[in-house]
Design a protein around this ligand. Structure first.
Ligand SMILES: CC(C)(COP(=O)(O)OP(=O)(O)OC[C@H]1O[C@@H](n2cnc3c(N)ncnc32)[C@H](O)[C@@H]1OP(=O)(O)O)[C@@H](O)C(=O)NCCC(=O)NCCS
Length: 208
């Protein structure tokens, strides 16, 4: 189910940054502590493509060389897809710093998967934890989710730290689950359940 948050929407105008997004006005549909979310749209394809080719992102998330038009098409399909919600993560001045998504949403089972990618210049500044907390609050506070999952390479230390900081528990390791540069990688499987989220001692996104 897609989330309609336009009632709370306002706009963020980025006038200061030279990241290819200067002057663009984006509707902020959700806020966390020091971050905003705007719905990802097809015109963001170029930005997303530039983030995905970064070697760290390409290594940890996977990258397949395809034309920009294919990414635009895929985003178009995702916009229509009721089982996922994709957002740009914005700084308070409106600069897009990453992409976050709640995918594979099942209303029947109350399950969904989280995905997060920050642009290289914005890593290591706390945007990852803030964005993940905000998405988790969206999933449990606005949708009837019961279980959120995430998976990442077992050697992706920042991602493991961010997941743990947001309350996720490692449930296991899928051995040899993906291939990159002719090497097999293990995937750490994480999950956060609604009762665990309810016990977290931190302000919610809507308190930000
Ligand atoms: C993973 C990612 C989202 C993390 O977000 P971030 O904002 O860069 O996270 P930070 O660098 O602020 O680090 C978060 C925590 O990890 C810790 N950390 C960072 N690098 C670390 C390392 N090499 N070893 C151990 N801990 C590390 C930080 O100290 C911090 O912990 P703290 O909050 O207790 O201080 C971001 O780095 C990213 O987009 N990476 C590329 C794509 C990716 O790997 N996505 C996730 C996998 S699907």
């Amino acid at each position: 189910m897609s989330v309609d948050m336009n009632e709370d929407a306002n706009t963020a105008l980025n006038e200061t940054d030279g990241d290819g997004a200067a002057g663009e006005e984006r509707v902020v549909v959700w806020r966390g502590a020091g971050v905003g979310f705007s719905a990802l749209d097809v015109d963001d394809a170029e930005l997303l493509a530039s983030w995905r080719v970064d070697p760290v992102a390409a290594h940890h998330i996977g990258f397949w060389p395809r034309p920009l038009s294919a990414l635009r098409e895929r985003i178009e399909q995702h916009v229509e897809d009721n089982e996922r919600d994709d957002f740009l993560v914005l700084r308070p001045d409106g600069t897009p710093v990453g992409h976050i998504a709640l995918t594979d949403q099942s209303q029947v089972d109350g399950t969904a998967e989280v995905e997060l990618l920050l642009a290289a210049p914005y890593r290591g500044r706390g945007y990852g934890p803030a964005a993940l907390d905000a998405l988790v609050d969206l999933a449990f506070g606005e949708l009837p989710m019961h279980r959120l999952t995430a998976s990442t390479h077992t050697d992706n230390a920042p991602a493991l730290a961010v997941l743990a900081a947001s309350g996720f528990t490692q449930e296991g390791v899928a051995r040899s689950a993906c291939l990159h540069r002719a090497r097999r990688h293990d995937l750490a499987q994480y999950a956060l359940l609604r009762p665990e989220w309810e016990r977290l001692d931190r302000p919610h996104a809507w308190d930000a």
